[in-house]
Design a protein around this ligand. Structure first.
Ligand SMILES: Cc1cc2nc3c(=O)[nH]c(=O)nc-3n(C[C@H](O)[C@H](O)[C@H](O)COP(=O)(O)O)c2cc1C
Length: 213
């Protein structure tokens, strides 16, 4: 892709407020977007997440009042809840990750052990709050990745943090399985009467956001 095409896509995308409920993202493209989530980089490559595709329309209807009544929750073609694993599961997760890495066989056993130690040390050096924040931060990388990928595929999206996490977690029975929601991503196609589509992009100029050192 040429530079100008990349920037055209990123200028075209916007946080879609009104989706056309009749337009569905083709399954092949949606599957590619799930692969985008899977391929997201994370600290140590640890992938402390799960991405829940909410397929049941009844659940989406129930989620909407917990999400500032945002219409994207029910009207977008697809809805994904991006979750982090519980901080209490992190060491178990690291052990699973290490076993998986052993299976791949691209690192010598001694190196894998050193890597395991480093990961454990890192998570043990954080207090509970820091660990939660660190886990959440990993999930935001996946969110950024899918937003950009949607844009490149001419698919609209809306990142959503405006929701009551406790209520959504309870509805989806996430804590039972050691998960907590971080953000939601609504995916689909803009409605032609979404006024936000034609609003000017509001970003600070490059001279204000880039510094050199
Ligand atoms: C983490 C995050 C959470 C957001 N939550 C919401 C939300 O709940 N509802 C919404 O309509 N937009 C939400 N937005 C969209 C932002 O308001 C929007 O990205 C920002 O104003 C920039 O505009 P643009 O994305 O249209 O260029 C969120 C964006 C991010 C990155």
């Amino acid at each position: 892709m040429k530079t100008k095409d990349l920037l055209r896509h990123l200028n075209w995308r916007y946080a879609t407020k009104t989706f056309d409920p009749t337009k569905k993202v083709p399954e092949k493209e949606f599957e590619a977007l799930l692969e985008v989530l899977r391929l997201t980089p994370s600290s140590f490559g640890i992938q402390p997440w799960k991405f829940i595709v909410v397929k049941n329309p009844e659940i989406r209807t129930k989620m909407r009042p917990f999400s500032w009544d945002q219409s994207q929750i029910t009207d977008a073609s697809h809805l994904i809840v991006l979750c982090r694993i519980s901080e209490s599961k992190i060491e178990e997760h690291i052990e699973k990750y290490v076993l998986d890495k052993v299976k791949i066989g691209d690192l010598e056993p001694a190196k894998i052990q050193a890597y395991r130690e480093r990961m454990l040390q890192t998570v043990r050096s954080k207090d509970e709050q820091e660990l939660k924040t660190w886990l959440r931060n990993q999930v935001y990388i996946a969110l950024g990745n899918i937003l950009t990928s949607c844009a490149v595929l001419d698919i609209d999206s809306c990142p959503i943090e405006g929701f009551d996490k406790e209520k959504v977690d309870e509805l989806l029975e996430l804590p039972k399985v050691g998960l907590y929601s971080v953000a939601i991503c609504a995916i689909g196609y803009r409605s032609l009467d979404d006024k936000h589509a034609t609003m000017k992009k509001h970003r600070f100029p490059l001279s204000e956001v880039i510094m050199e050192a």
